[in-house]
Design a protein around this ligand. Structure first.
Ligand SMILES: C[S@@+](CC[C@H](N)C(=O)[O-])C[C@H]1O[C@@H](n2cnc3c(N)ncnc32)[C@H](O)[C@@H]1O
Length: 509
């Protein structure tokens, strides 16, 4: 299915590293073309020939048939009217409430809740989903089997030098130690270990097909006596002995995206000796409220007067739950954002700190706890409908923030980044830190920008407080949703005013 494919393309394209400046350059092109036609006043039928592209067959596969459950009268020129029983072609689902659909050559928004999928199509889709791997290992390890990601990672000097520095500054203590390099990729960290220290053994574990080349690289650099490359998933490989040090570069965008951290924790529990060392030893997620004037101008203010025309219905649309521009550009976080230190409205705040020794896989999950309150006369059984079920989230990755703004400006959103710390083998204190924030050398992760739907003018002395929740997707194990809740307390009003907001950002499912 095209939409799902687009989502997966997003996923592989955003595996830690981002190749496209805009998340939406890969938005379904069919939708974009249809929308262009809509703007030009042509109907789909009239413009069939305009639509023909070499990708047409693939694009047509994206269209899904839905049946109208009841009559609907569209309000405004961008909504479709339909009658119960009509078959609509849904081209895109820009939000959960409003879909972009076609009926008899006309195209427009329709309310999703008025439609149901054709039963056969729904069953086929469900089956397709059931067959999919929730870890998406094929795409994931497929992309690490190519050079593109490795080139980007190795070209990131700050990142790679940080690992080199860790090995170098601990070289004496690494003597005769056994090391596992989890997810060794091209083997760079294992090679640093072998060349800069004298470990007795380095197990370089890599699940992707890159492992075959890594073996050659180890040999080419004369390290085969120390480094053993093992191809396989870290969760499944067997080592001949436990290790003194587990080193891994597992961090993704916004620290956790990809959830490679789970593989690290599983390997830690299986193979790290009692008292062994984890590199990184801890990880911190940092947040700051910020301005993003140029991004806002590029994606939102642009529609105010392009070529002297008024395109504001794309920006502000009373009929839409979320106008198109907001929906397309601000629904997901912007990866690869480089925030200017000047755009931070105040001092950043650490919202999450992970201790790599004590963190558990279950800590990464949202645990749904069901509380059944028994109706006094009914037997104690979970299936009794007379019982009341209360469901609440007992645990999720959650951090609090409280910012006191140091300057006036426009609050466009929050920017997040992470820092990891490596402790010394000897002293246990921190030796090296890799900081991906705006005051350090840019890394390939850059920063992650979460745009609010609407900018808010703020003033020095105002405060912004709230929390951030990272909810791992319970099906798609490498994805999560970041939810921000905030309240802005104004210091300038005679009577205190508070504005509250909340927004969830899927990354990507
Ligand atoms: C971010 S890259 C780091 C590569 C290399 N360590 C470096 O610093 O250049 C992560 C690597 O870990 C591998 N990987 C991820 N999860 C893994 C797992 N569960 N078992 C083995 N390898 C894994 C990926 O295929 C990828 O090559």
């Amino acid at each position: 299915m095209q939409l799902k494919k687009c989502c997966d393309d997003n996923f592989t394209a955003h595996l830690r590293r981002v190749y496209i400046s805009s998340e939406f350059t890969d938005a379904p092109s069919y939708f974009v073309k249809r929308f262009n036609l809509f703007l030009s006043g042509k109907t789909a039928g009239e413009s069939k020939s305009d639509m023909q592209t070499e990708n047409e067959e693939e694009e047509d596969a994206s269209v899904e048939e839905y049946v109208a459950l009841t009559n609907y009268t569209g309000s405004g020129s961008d909504q479709l009217s339909f009658s119960s029983g009509d078959t609509l072609l849904v081209h895109s689902k820009p939000s959960s409430e409003w879909w972009w659909a076609e009926l008899k050559g006309d195209i427009g928004y329709v309310p999703a809740s008025y439609l149901r999928q054709d039963a056969a199509a729904a069953a086929a889709e469900e089956e397709e989903e059931e067959d999919e791997d929730p870890w998406q290992d094929e795409e994931y390890f497929g992309s690490y089997g190519k050079l593109r990601l490795h080139l980007e990672m190795l070209s990131d000097k700050s990142r790679t030098e940080a690992y080199r520095q860790v090995i170098l500054s601990n070289s004496a203590s690494l003597r005769n130690k056994v090391v596992i390099d989890l997810g060794c990729g091209t083997g760079i960290i294992s090679l640093f270990c072998a060349q800069l220290a004298q470990p007795s053994e380095v197990f370089a574990v890599e699940a992707s097909s890159m492992a075959e080349y890594t073996r050659q690289l180890v040999k080419q650099n004369g390290c085969e006596a120390v480094v053993t490359v093992l191809q396989g998933r870290a969760e499944e490989i067997e080592l001949p002995e436990r290790v003194d040090v587990l080193v891994s570069e597992w961090m993704g965008n916004c620290l956790l995206f990809e959830f490679m951290v789970e593989s690290v924790l599983v390997a830690r529990d299986r193979w790290l000796k009692e008292g062994g060392v984890m590199w990184p030893s801890s990880a911190t997620l940092t947040l700051v409220p910020c301005q993003a004037n140029s991004y806002y101008a590029e994606k939102m203010a642009f529609w105010e007067q392009p070529y002297g025309l008024d395109f504001t219905p794309l920006q502000i649309n009373p009929w839409c739950y979320r106008p198109l521009a907001q929906q397309e550009f601000f629904t997901k976080p912007k990866f690869s954002h480089l925030i200017e230190p000047d755009d931070c409205l105040t001092t950043p705040c650490d919202v999450l700190c992970l201790d790599m020794y004590t963190l558990q896989v279950k800590d990464l999950e949202v645990l749904w706890v069901f509380l059944f309150i028994r109706n006094g006369s009914t037997p104690h059984t979970l299936v009794m409908v007379t019982n009341i079920a209360l469901c609440f989230i007992s645990q999720e990755i959650k951090g609090q923030f409280h910012f006191c703004l140091e300057k006036s400006g426009v609050f466009h959103g929050f920017t997040a980044w992470f820092t990891v710390h490596f402790e010394s083998l000897e002293t246990g204190g921190a030796t090296v830190e890799l900081n991906t924030g705006p005051n350090s050398e840019p890394t390939h992760w850059k920063q992650t920008l979460f745009m609010l739907d609407r900018p808010v003018s703020v003033f020095a002395g105002d405060s912004i407080s709230g929390n951030i929740l990272l909810r791992r997707n319970s099906v798609w194990r490498r994805h999560m949703t970041v939810t921000l809740h905030w309240s802005i307390n104004s210091s300038t009003e005679e009577t205190d005013t508070t504005q509250v907001g909340t927004k969830s950002f899927p990354m990507w499912r």
